[in-house]
Design a protein around this ligand. Structure first.
Ligand code: NAD
Length: 310
């Protein structure tokens, strides 16, 4: 298959690009190298792919680029480009989230519809659930995001589903639950914890440390992205990708400290709006439709990330 992979230089995108070429697919990777975090990190993420005969890099902003040209000769789309992070999505930051998560997604969907592209996989998020009422949370609960970021990811997901149901575009949304591993974004908790333990200054702990997350290892997510490109599922399908272990921040601090061989220094801060109290997804649908289970144990994945950061 020839796959258009958006956000190919990002954390999850770069792992997905490597997994795709390793599986014999050809990849047209698109990235705008936005400055949400240092773009030099993104250049480093894809450095190993330069010159690979099955990998082509296009530097373009999907909110304005010629999406028809990007889709030429493409069999399937994995749309991972987006503006991540909860805290920056309040106030004036919101417009960027709308542009990169909603407008960019709608433009790509329109072009995919015109081109009659095959499978369209969208990187959605557990943040669409907000403070869910049941755990592990199944896909069919009513989503109630608690951050503007979550609102834009849900808007993107709704667009993806309606292009599926209205036009038969074979879309599939994957709701990723907090992804971690080598190349993790430097604004994410495990990155900051590991950085603190390795001497980079204290970890800012927002709230009392009882907020809990389901963590999903990046190689497992990349494998699910590949499975999703092939899966026979009805257009508009939504699937949770959730790791099997849910831990709270205190337990995570312990785990990262053990992997780093030094405790994580902590600086206490007030809880901030926009963070869900807990996340954890029901993965029965991922197992049934994609044959996917999160296979990497949290302690192994954390050790791999800390080794990479070291
Ligand atoms: N990391 C997680 O835990 C997580 C969880 C849920 C959902 N997601 C979603 O997965 C996707 C990838 O996340 P990530 O953690 O790898 O983030 P990332 O920031 O490392 O990667 C996103 C990439 O998209 C690019 N990009 C952004 N806007 C663009 C645009 N308009 N045109 C072209 N490229 C653009 C960025 O430059 C970046 O390289 C995002 O859509 C994010 O919302 C991530």
């Amino acid at each position: 298959m020839k796959v258009l992979l958006t956000g190919c230089a990002g954390f999850i995108g770069s792992h997905t690009a490597e997994a795709l070429v390793a599986a014999g697919h050809s990849v047209r990777g698109v990235d705008a190298f936005t400055d949400y975090y240092d773009p030099a990190r993104k250049r480093a993420n894809v450095a190993g792919l330069h010159g690979h005969p099955s990998f082509e890099l296009v530097e373009a902003d999907l909110a304005v680029a010629d999406a028809d040209a990007l889709l030429e000769g493409v069999d399937a789309v994995a749309h991972l480009a987006g503006q991540p992070g909860v805290r920056a999505s309040w106030d004036t930051g919101f417009a960027v989230y709308v542009d990169r998560n909603v407008v960019a997604t709608q433009r790509l969907l329109e072009a995919a519809r015109r081109a009659g592209t095959g499978r369209f996989v969208y990187a959605s998020s557990s943040s669409v659930y907000g403070d869910a009422e049941s755990f592990p949370t199944p896909e069919d609960v009513v989503p109630r995001p608690v951050s503007p970021y979550g609102v834009t990811k849900l808007a993107g997901e709704h667009l993806v589903s309606l292009y599926g149901t209205n036009f038969g575009l074979p879309t599939l949304s994957l709701r990723y639950f907090t992804v971690y591993g080598p190349r993790q974004r430097p604004d994410m908790a495990i990155w900051r914890m590991a950085d603190a333990a390795l001497g980079g200054g204290p970890f800012p702990l927002y709230g009392d440390g009882t907020a809990a997350r389901s963590f999903t290892y990046v190689a497992d997510v990349a494998a699910a992205n590949l499975a999703a490109l092939d899966a026979e599922v009805p257009p508009g399908t939504v699937v949770n990708l959730s790791g099997s272990e849910t831990v709270d921040v205190q337990a995570l601090l312990q785990l990262v400290g053990e992997a780093a061989g030094a405790p994580v220094p902590v600086e206490q801060r007030e809880a901030e709006p926009g963070d869900a109290r807990r996340t954890g997804g029901d993965t029965a649908r991922a197992r049934a439709l994609l044959g996917w289970v999160a296979s990497t144990p949290l302690d192994e994945g954390v050790a791999a990330q800390v080794a990479w950061q070291r």
